[in-house]
Design a protein around this ligand. Structure first.
Ligand code: HEM
Ligand SMILES: *[C@@H]1O[C@H](CO)[C@@H](O)[C@H](O)[C@H]1NC(C)=O
Ligand SMILES: *[C@@H]1O[C@H](CO)[C@@H](O)[C@H](O)[C@H]1NC(C)=O
Ligand SMILES: *[C@@H]1O[C@H](CO)[C@@H](O)[C@H](O)[C@H]1NC(C)=O
Ligand SMILES: *[C@@H]1O[C@H](CO)[C@@H](O)[C@H](O)[C@H]1NC(C)=O
Ligand SMILES: *[C@@H]1O[C@H](CO)[C@@H](O)[C@H](O)[C@H]1NC(C)=O
Ligand SMILES: *[C@@H]1O[C@H](CO)[C@@H](O)[C@H](O)[C@H]1NC(C)=O
Length: 335
């Protein structure tokens, strides 16, 4: 009798400890859909409204914000490190790394979203989470899929310019190169193909694909995988010795809409970047059947894209007491 009561007592104690550990101190590394439900229940709406507002004066901003989240997550995880300017202990900004300089944009819009969020819920929502929410809003407001964004990331105290130089994929790489950059952050071939589908909107400067247009890889001829009709129009927009910063739509058919045209374009050899077309034109590649599936079935692409954005958003976040909640996305607090 005594023994039973005693066991019951210890059992209840263990259950209580378990519940406290599970719900009061959620395990580190674990993001959650309800992270701000008691502290900033409006945050998704605030971010969505801000992105919608920004789109009225800049039709490209949705694409730019999605890319910003990608370039954040691939370097030391989704920790807002890309947003830090030089100052205080930050001596080298990721903004000045090769893949970001004069290329990544939207920082001012992130700052404006952050200050709107701060005015409703001061000191609560991380810049890293704002990037994840802004990416989802950008896709869904552009007629793409929506998904439940997992939250609870914290902001870094450091930036890693060397990491940004080396971890982000180059548009001049081979399929093996880009596959290994993805695999280095735990993303597989399906993630690679699905996430490349983000090139269904936004722009690229001529300098990132002009190597394909006149003398590809020292052959004296254009890239043979480029559709000749498309080639002519690209050669006109991006002449030899022209301005490498001239912009070109990544998706020639629907430049600002999030749809599966990126994949139907690859089937007719109208991928803009070398790394885009390689997904379909590399002999024997396992990416070919995935491209075919997404080109033939937009729902399959949308489902896979949403899942892969969640996968990318889970790349080594800072959680719990790691890092901080920055007040200003450009600066470590107190610097
Ligand atoms: C697979 C490897 C990838 C390579 C080599 C690559 C490369 C590039 C390059 C060179 C540009 C043009 C930048 C400029 O002209 O300044 C670009 C634009 C863009 N990228 Fe990627 N990218 C890759 C994957 C991704 C992923 C995974 C995402 C997001 C999930 C993404 C989203 C975008 C978007 C939306 C734009 C247009 C941005 C804008 O208009 O501001 N890219 N990418
Ligand atoms: C949610 O946002 C609306 C305006 O967008 C604001 O009026 C309201 O106070 C906010 N609610 C909370 C709980 O922050
Ligand atoms: C990143 O690459 C650029 C260009 O090669 C170089 O100037 C810069 O020093 C690199 N940054 C780091 C931290 O290695
Ligand atoms: C470029 O040419 C080299 C040999 O000159 C070859 O090994 C390589 O595969 C070529 N790259 C492409 C993308 O065709
Ligand atoms: C080039 O594009 C046209 C449509 O503009 C298409 O009919 C043709 O099949 C494409 N060529 C190749 C080699 O994919
Ligand atoms: C398209 O993909 C969706 C989602 O994966 C799937 O449920 C559906 O059966 C596919 N449709 C066809 C026609 O294959
Ligand atoms: C800069 O780094 C030093 C040493 O790690 C630290 O004590 C200090 O708090 C940091 N300052 C800021 C403003 O982050």
């Amino acid at each position: 009798m005594f023994c039973t009561t005693n066991n019951t007592y210890y059992y209840s104690l263990l259950v209580t400890i378990f519940l406290v550990l599970t719900f009061v101190f959620p395990s580190e590394g674990q993001l959650s859909a309800t992270f701000y439900s008691n502290t900033c229940s409006n945050v998704s709406t605030i971010v969505r409204n801000s992105v919608q507002q920004a789109l009225t004066s800049d039709s490209r901003i949705a694409a730019s914000l999605v890319r910003l989240h990608f370039h954040d997550c691939f370097v030391d995880g989704c920790d807002g490190s890309i947003l830090l300017d030089v100052g205080g202990n930050i001596t080298q900004s990721e903004k000045d790394a090769v893949p970001n300089a004069n290329s990544v944009r939207g920082y001012d819009v992130v700052d404006s979203i952050k200050s709107t969020v701060e005015s409703s819920c001061p000191g609560v929502v991380s810049c890293a989470d704002i990037l994840a929410l802004a990416a989802e809003s950008s896709v869904s407001l552009s007629e793409g899929p929506s998904w439940t964004v997992l939250l609870g990331r914290r902001d870094s105290l450091t930036a890693n310019q060397a990491g940004a130089n080396t971890s982000l994929p180059s548009p001049f790489g081979s399929l093996d190169d880009i596959t290994s950059k993805f695999s280095a952050v735990g993303l597989d071939t399906t993630d690679l193909v699905a996430l490349s589908g983000a090139h269904t909107f936004g722009r690229s400067q001529c300098q990132f694909f002009s190597q394909r247009l006149f003398d590809f890889n020292g052959t004296g001829n254009p890239d043979p995988t480029l559709n000749t009709t498309y080639l002519s129009s690209l050669q006109q927009n991006c002449p030899q010795n022209g301005n490498g910063a001239t912009l070109n739509d990544l998706d020639l058919s629907t430049p600002d809409t999030f749809d599966n045209d990126y994949f139907t374009n690859l089937l007719i050899h109208k991928g803009l970047l070398q790394t885009d077309q390689e997904l379909f034109s590399t002999d024997g590649a396992s990416t070919i059947s995935i491209v075919n599936n997404f080109a033939n079935n937009q729902s399959a692409f949308f489902e896979a894209f949403a899942q892969s954005m969640i996968n990318m958003g889970n790349i080594s976040p800072l959680t719990g007491t790691q890092g901080e909640i920055r007040t200003d996305c450009k600066k470590v607090n107190g610097s």
